[in-house]
Design a binder for this molecule. Sequence first.
Ligand code: SAH
Ligand code: MG
Length: 928
Amino acid sequence: METENPPVAVKKQTLTAKAIIHQKYGTKACYKIEEVEEKLSSNVLCPGLTLPQKGPSLFRCFLQLPDISVVSEPCKKKKDAQQSAAQLALVKLGIDSESSSPTDAVDELVSRLTYMFSNEFLSSLHPLSGHLKAVLRRDDKRCGLLPLYAVISCDPKLVNLCKSIDARVEANPLLSIPIVKGAVARLSELVISEEELWIKRKEPYPSDVIPSLDNQESDITNGAVTVTKAVYIPPSLDKDVVSLSLNMGSEVYYLDIIAQELGVVDASKVLISRTIGKSSSEMRLYFSALEPKNLISDPEFHSAKDVSSDSSFNVRASYLLGQHVYGNVILASVGYTWRGAELFHEDVSVRSYFRMLVGKTPDGIFKLSRDAILAADLPQLFTTKTNWRGSLPRDLLCAFCRQHRLSEPVFTLVCNSLKSDKELHESENGQTSPEIETFRCNIKIFSKTQELILEYFPEESFKKQGDSMQNASLKALLWFNIYFKQPNADLEKLSLSSVSNELNCNLTSFVKEFYFCQLMHEAQQPRDVIGGRKRNREPQSDLINKNPRMEGEVSGSSPSIGSVVSISYTVYLVSEGTEIRELLEKNDDFEFEIGAGAVISNIESAVTQMTVGQSICFYMGLPPKEFILASAVEYERVLSLLSSSPCCLEYTTSLLQVTEPFEDRMEQALFSPPLSKQRLEFAMHYIKEFSAASLIDFGCGSGSLVDSLIDIPSSLEKIVGVDLSQKGLVRAAKVLNSKLEKLKTVMPTSRIESVTLYDGSITVFDSRLYGFDVGACLEVIEHMEEDQACLFGDVALSLFRPKLLIVSTPNYEYNIIMQKSNLATQEEDPDEKGGAQPCKFRNHDHKFEWTRQQFNQWATALALRHNYSVEFGGVGGDGSEPGYASQIAVFRIRNDSSVEVSGPTVEVDHHYKTVWEWNAATTENPAE
Ligand code: SAH
Ligand code: MG
């Protein structure tokens, strides 16, 4: 054989990530593939540029394992999505590409520790080498004593090995202490202190390794004093959470400083939590290993009674961490990280502590995502993605689960391909066709140990997968939110609340997971601690009885439901009598949808009374303390103001801009008369010119054209509508029925003989509709795939052969004008995921939108093929650059066409189903 290819390196038999998962979990690994549409990255429409009509399909894979679940990034191939999910799962499980048995793991653990204390490790960038260097710098007998707990908190690999030796380490990392101790005992070159929890190398490091330490250019080795702010969380609720400065002077090991602040002998007595807060954060809780209960933090051993009677129980820290914590706690963002060799540190303010508290609740997560703690509120409704501001419900729900150490929520899409009665209200131009699928999204929420906590099966279905997910996620969040507002409420009752038939809560596992919330709530209830003293109820400020003050001229109309408004606002804490005000929150451009409950109700009701340019000032009672303290910039001043005299909040807000709901924008704001009316008038012109007696409305939707044609006296005798949307046809039939009943009395001169509605596709010929005078096909072809649109053209002109065919479709080049008008930027987004870019087309149901040139080419060639002439026009605008909003082609049969002279030679060919029919001859006039 030829060997042109380079020799294969080492043929290592590596298993794919999926294969490893299969080895470990077999059929317990459940992969679900979901199709996602890729978004166009640009939201600027370039006229004349042919964009791909539809982004390539991408796939996302959900992998559910007994312990965890992951979601892959969108991939081009389903296979890749599965591998990517499997790989993510392996990383999450801490499995390096080969699976290791517990005995292998112990061996690996031993060699890992050997490596950590090797000479070369000291110069590595591993965070632990930072600790090592720092302890080697100590000039007392503690020189070189590395706290065992630093080892555990710095090395995920080591922790993963411990996990594979004892699975309980996942829930309680402290259980790795005995495992590491055991491994160190097997190493003659290491010493471990049983009770003091440090590890030390027996052989001192050679001096050529140590001097290199001095070359490290850091604040600390340079002798500079580094101060970083941290937060002290005392166990007693009578004491405030306060700010603390960690003074990390030169030559000091930061854990020694923290030990000092905690009041423990040295760093080896400091326990370090996992990181908390945002995923990128380095914030951790530091607490004492000398509190014996901190080392047996197995929740099963504690009952609510136990902890609440225990004065060393730190409820605030336990709530933040989701784990029992006793004694003094320090919240700090400091440590050696993978980012560099130097000590990383960042101030943590008391405000950050309160923001973390706020971020534990569903509405709190939303408020933070909007950066509007005192103004935003978790909406009660998800209408459209483009009207939503802030993190989307699905992301909020995932964040909420992460916050509470639950598994990622499991979303299951159920597709109903049959029509559903609960389908969304059909829009005027009838986008729904009966075979459009609808979706429902079920959600399951599991604990980390895969106990089912909550199941939600909504009844409502949606046209878009994304909408169904967002809606279901929001419902789940709202349900949790009720609990968080009142954790003491009767859970039994809560689970039976309004949505109960769609929701199923496992109360036992729910209480188990949210037990800290209840403790925290109970702890906060009897005493409200502000400024170090207990208070009963806040004395109410009289200011809240003051009437709102409205300023500015009334201009135009007020925003209505579904509008998106932009406001500016400020919120001050004002203390009665003292004239002192503290700014709490300020936003110069804050958008929200009216009617969705996306802001506190006082703002919403104020704004619905205002017109653009007006502003209003009103007062409100105080919200929960953590909201105020989480937004306070000048924390100390706010705190002292709060404790000095009765306070309230002063809101001032101005209405900057109102954006009407999408349909109104298109039809009313931009065009007068509305485009649909203009199209009707356009068609009317030809009907008159032709004295047309018969008309087919191809793609009649809910019959608006037919309806209007009946209203206007004309030569028309026979009108037919064809569509394949059941919903459209049913609506059309209803409207036409009631109208035609009165026709003879209202319009005795009407010549209309018959009106028929057919269910069928306009790409299929039906001989009953052969040779009509006029065919209208208004704003329909863009709802079909391009090839189908072309097929319709050929079928219409070769088989139906109307004398005149009027075809209208959006002019893509005109979109830029609508965008510029600033009204279309909120247009419904066709895609399910990603940022809120405007739709590339005017309507999410459009399969394409042609430029003038594309439309011209299609129509000209079509006319030529079937011996028709064609002329172009349009409605919306005056037709100058970039053309009309709606472009229209009018095809006229050429007189020399001979085929139809012989009349309908076509055989009886009935493909359409008559869904409704009205006949003047058979309809008795009740008046006669
Ligand atoms: N002509 C109406 C409706 C436009 S909306 C108006 O101007 O208001 C587009 C309509 O085309 C929808 O009602 C849709 O059901 C219909 N449609 C799309 N493809 C079709 C097809 N192949 N056959 C018949 N109707 C179709
Ligand atoms: Mg359309």
